[in-house]
Design a protein around this ligand. Structure first.
Ligand SMILES: CCCCC/C=C\CC/C=C/C=C/C(=O)SCCNC(=O)CCNC(=O)[C@H](O)C(C)(C)COP(=O)(O)OP(=O)(O)OC[C@H]1O[C@@H](n2cnc3c(N)ncnc32)[C@H](O)[C@@H]1OP(=O)(O)O
Ligand SMILES: NC(=O)C1=CN([C@@H]2O[C@H](COP(=O)(O)OP(=O)(O)OC[C@H]3O[C@@H](n4cnc5c(N)ncnc54)[C@H](OP(=O)(O)O)[C@@H]3O)[C@@H](O)[C@H]2O)C=CC1
Length: 333
């Protein structure tokens, strides 16, 4: 009896799977029933969302602001009136970005060299910022380092490098600025950019997952402790958004991109401009009651990966009729 049930279930699974695969390949190539078409429902809007002038007379520090998502956040804040400071290791990259953005927005963008792993360099960077603009009202901890690697291949220095940039770097910048802001009785909005796997953990990016989880604990803790000084602390967890920095280190051959898009319910990657709008809102006075928040911004990828039954999206209506009939026939336990 048991064998008969297993046999029938096995045959059904095969039928379901092979017809789903046939349908998938007819519609969308070899994999991914849902990729592409539903993205039309979710077009990305690229223009700045907040009213112009929302950041007039405000200073914003964006670490890693010379490239990728940090650059997009800088462009949006600058367009909305902020004076921005971008900080990272490569001064030439920072200077190029700063010139490009300020020539487009008419607002000054300052470039300051800083390796966030070095607490002394961070302290000197904050000295420079104080001299250039005064202490910032908005701090975005966006700088990061990452690469995919089986954990058994990680050297101690590989572990240290990622955790130093992501966790210690964020802590050094946050503590240095926090202390000086407290001394000057000035409030500020702190935002950290983490990732959806800070919550779940993930194999093959273990130093990054561990460090980003630490950043989330740091920001939630300070949200509770430093509200009394006028500071807000929030976190954005982005899903995949194409940047050279991330994709060249996480999917160097491009082999995983299609499978990744297929599992995103909105059927596409995010865009830098979309996350820049969210970061601007969280950092603005429109969000002055938001603190300690963790905002997942991933097109639905996290819940899609988490739900055990989500693969049933590929079951066709005819197959559902069959499955339902089988389930209804079952009596007792
Ligand atoms: C299916 C996936 C598709 C894409 C998915 C997209 C989104 C999903 C969620 C994404 C989350 C993204 C999170 C991110 O953080 S992306 C940000 C990526 N950007 C960067 O990493 C920019 C900065 N990075 C760097 O500068 C370097 O890559 C760095 C991190 C290695 C630091 O550089 P440096 O300080 O010069 O360090 P090194 O001296 O080169 O190396 C130090 C140490 O690490 C070892 N190492 C370096 N690379 C590797 C590797 N690829 N594999 C294993 N080990 C590595 C190196 O050998 C050194 O160790 P030693 O023991 O040899 O000294
Ligand atoms: N793109 C994506 O899909 C996702 C990105 N994220 C997060 O978004 C943020 C931005 O990533 P993204 O724009 O994609 O990647 P980038 O590689 O473009 O950005 C990383 C930035 O960090 C800076 N940086 C690295 N190491 C240091 C250091 N030691 N000191 C100071 N700055 C440093 C780099 O500048 P420099 O080399 O000049 O130092 C670079 O500008 C990161 O926090 C990342 O974890 C999270 C989830 C998904």
């Amino acid at each position: 009896m048991a064998a008969r049930v297993v046999g029938r279930a096995g045959r059904l699974a095969l039928v379901v799977r092979s017809s789903a695969v046939r349908l998938q390949s007819r519609l969308h190539g070899s994999t991914g029933l849902r990729s592409g078409s539903q993205a039309n429902f979710f077009p990305p809007l690229e223009d700045a969302m907040l009213p112009s002038g929302s950041f007039n007379n405000r200073m914003a520090l964006i670490t890693g602001g010379g490239t990728g998502l940090g650059r997009a956040m800088t462009a949006t804040l600058s367009q909305l009136g902020a004076q921005c400071i971008i900080a990272s290791r490569k001064l030439d990259v920072l200077q190029r970005t700063a010139e490009e953005i300020s020539s487009q927005t008419g607002n000054k963008v300052h470039a300051v060299q800083c390796d966030v792993r070095d607490p002394q360099a961070v302290s000197q960077c904050v000295d420079q910022i104080e001299a250039l603009t005064g202490l910032p009202d908005v701090i975005i901890n966006n700088a990061a380092g990452n690469f995919v690697c089986p954990s058994e291949r990680l050297s101690p220095n590989a572990w240290k490098t990622i955790t130093d940039i992501v966790l210690n770097g964020t802590a050094f910048v946050t503590l240095e600025l926090g202390k000086r802001l407290i001394q000057n009785q000035k409030g500020a909005s702190f935002l950290a950019i983490t990732t959806i796997y800070a919550e779940s953990g993930s194999g093959f990016v273990v130093p990054s997952a561990s460090a980003k989880a630490g950043v989330e604990a740091l920001y939630k803790s300070l949200a509770a402790e430093w509200g009394r000084y006028g500071h807000r602390f929030n976190i954005i967890q982005p899903g995949p958004i194409r940047t050279k920095g991330a994709f060249s280190r996480l999917d160097p051959t491009g082999a995983f991109e299609k499978a990744m898009i297929d599992r995103i319910p909105t059927g596409r990657l995010g865009t830098p401009a979309e996350i820049a709008n969210l970061a601007a809102y969280v950092s603005s006075n429109y969000a002055s009651w938001m603190s300690g928040a963790v905002i997942r911004f991933d097109g639905g990828e996290y819940v899609s990966l988490a739900g055990e039954f989500n693969e049933l999206r590929s079951v066709t209506p005819d197959q559902w009729k069959l499955l339902e009939a089988m389930i209804r026939k079952t009596k007792g336990s």
